[in-house]
Design a protein around this ligand. Structure first.
Ligand code: ZN
Length: 503
């Protein structure tokens, strides 16, 4: 829409609504109510942990003078405020914080907000980015899982996970669930966890099945799925107070095998993630069968859900499950319509996910815009068809909440991350508003959801550690990465007997 003069009745853009103050359209929840509630809410009692468990050392960090979207409705947003980070946690959010000992990060002309949270990404495929731009779900299973996945070495898993994790951080995703179904041997598992830890991302490692050429993993030898999760709990995940946490990635298999995986997860106190309602195959009323075995609980995230029946939706709601919509891939590959409106109608706020980098970009701006446009299109279509009582339109703020706090909830981490609430871990991103794709800014939430991309991600903190600054990842040997990626790709092509990169 062309922006028209202020007060012009024929223009509906928010900047033209003369009743709105500048503060309101920049940060549309009431900022005034917020300031008092955060003073003194210090979170200094515990220190954040590195992947290996060592506390974050160093000076406090003061993020100064940004437009702060806390996304915590009780704290509110600020047209201009400071965020103080101490011991890896957010200790205060308000204007004009004085912290003489702190290292200052200037956030002028930046939006300061919680990092994005991805609830489902197959990170081992990080060396297979864009390998399948025109493929369907069947092509994906044939090429990515049965041709490449069957031949993956532990070194390939390490490289894939490292690329995916660093790419996530680079584009502002501070927490990602690695839906890891490449555990052909326990060494494959160790390699994935090593890469996640090395990257510094906050990750949920969801331990899943191996891959082989037939797609019937249960006929394979050498793998230890799902029982190896007991070793993982002991060896890598004995503490919850670290950047890596443990889930079970339940397989795409018979109800009996799924129930076995659910039991192995619950025996070690791991939450569960599972693909359901995918294409024609997703119409098997699987959740009704699992429910008959009393297996549905609030510890489970259901991915896609495109072709579930109404009873299954009700079961998810009634048992307190969370959902993950990978809207972009669902439209590309034949999963079925992304069930955004269905989730809202059922009373479930969805989280979002990238799923496969083999066909999908790794950033969350794409995910947000996909579900925003699909939901609005559905409502417009109903209106045009004469529906007198159509659903409400989704707002950009709701979409931003799906991409942050709802992700944190589905990843079992809402007490730690997802909003800039004092006391939570400092997973924070700074987005530049002085770039040509967004300047001059007229609406902060609108700028993030409608206009920005990874090129706006200037600074990224995870548990108070600076992972990206001035648009550059910190401490990454880029020459080594280029070498690692190309070597892994070439080795994999050779092992899988695939000729070369296609044009
Ligand atoms: Zn998936």
């Amino acid at each position: 829409m062309t922006h028209m003069r202020s007060g012009n009745a024929s223009c509906f853009c928010s900047a033209c609504n003369s009743a709105l103050s500048r503060r309101q359209f920049l940060c549309s929840t009431a900022a005034t109510a917020a300031a008092a509630s955060v003073i003194g809410a210090s979170g200094q009692t515990a220190s954040a942990q590195q992947p290996g468990g060592a506390p974050v050392a160093g000076r406090p960090i003061l993020i100064k003078g940004g437009c702060v979207l806390t996304l915590d409705r009780a704290v509110g947003d600020f047209e201009q405020a400071d965020v103080l980070v101490e011991g890896g946690k957010i200790s205060a959010v308000r204007a004009n914080i004085s912290a003489p000992n702190a290292e200052v990060i200037d956030a002028t002309r930046m939006i300061v907000m919680p990092g994005f949270v991805d609830t489902h990404r197959h990170m081992w495929q990080g060396i297979l980015r864009n390998v399948l731009p025109d493929g369907s779900l069947d092509d994906y299973r044939a090429v990515v899982q049965r041709t490449f996945g069957a031949k993956y070495t532990p070194d390939d898993v390490y490289a894939g996970d490292l690329f995916s994790a660093l790419g996530a951080i680079d584009s502002g995703v501070t927490c990602v669930l690695d839906w890891s179904h490449i555990h052909n041997t326990p060494e494959h598992t160790d390699a994935a966890i090593k890469a996640l830890a090395e990257s510094g991302v906050r990750a949920v490692f969801a331990y899943g099945n191996p891959q082989n050429e037939s797609g019937r993993y249960w006929e394979m030898k050498g793998h230890k799925f799902p029982e190896d999760i007991a070793r993982l709990r002991k060896q890598y995940f004995s503490s919850e107070d670290q950047l890596l946490t443990l889930y079970m990635a339940a397989p795409f298999a018979s109800p009996e095998l799924i129930l076995g995986a659910f039991k192995a997860a619950r025996d070690v106190g791991a939450r569960i993630t599972i693909h359901v309602g995918v294409g024609e195959f997703g119409r098997s009323a699987l959740l009704e069968k699992l429910n008959a075995a009393n297996a549905l609980k609030s510890d489970t995230t259901y991915i896609h859900c495109c072709t579930l029946n109404d009873t299954e939706w009700k079961l998810i709601k009634d048992t307190g499950g969370t959902i993950s919509i990978a809207g972009y891939v669902e439209t590309l590959m034949g999963h079925g319509n992304p069930p955004i409106q269905k989730a809202i109608d059922t009373g479930i706020r969805p989280s979002l996910s990238v799923d496969v980098e083999t066909s999908v970009p790794n950033d969350f701006f794409q995910q947000m815009r996909t579900i925003f446009s699909l939901q609005k299109n559905e409502v417009w279509a109903r209106r045009l068809a004469g529906d007198k009582n159509p659903p409400k339109f989704l707002t950009v703020r709701e979409v931003l909440e799906f991409a942050t706090i709802e992700g944190a909830r589905a990843n079992g981490l809402e007490r730690k991350i997802g909003t800039l609430t004092p006391g939570k871990d400092a997973d924070i991103i700074l987005l530049r508003t002085d770039r040509l794709n967004v300047m001059p800014m007229n609406n902060a939430v609108g700028a993030v959801v409608t206009s920005m991309g990874p090129q706006n991600v200037d600074t990224v903190l995870i548990a108070g550690k600076v992972m990206k600054r001035n648009g550059q990842l910190a401490g990454v040997d880029f020459a080594r990465l280029v070498r690692l990626g190309e070597e892994a790709r070439d080795r994999l092509y050779s092992n899988a007997n695939v000729k070369n990169v296609r044009l």
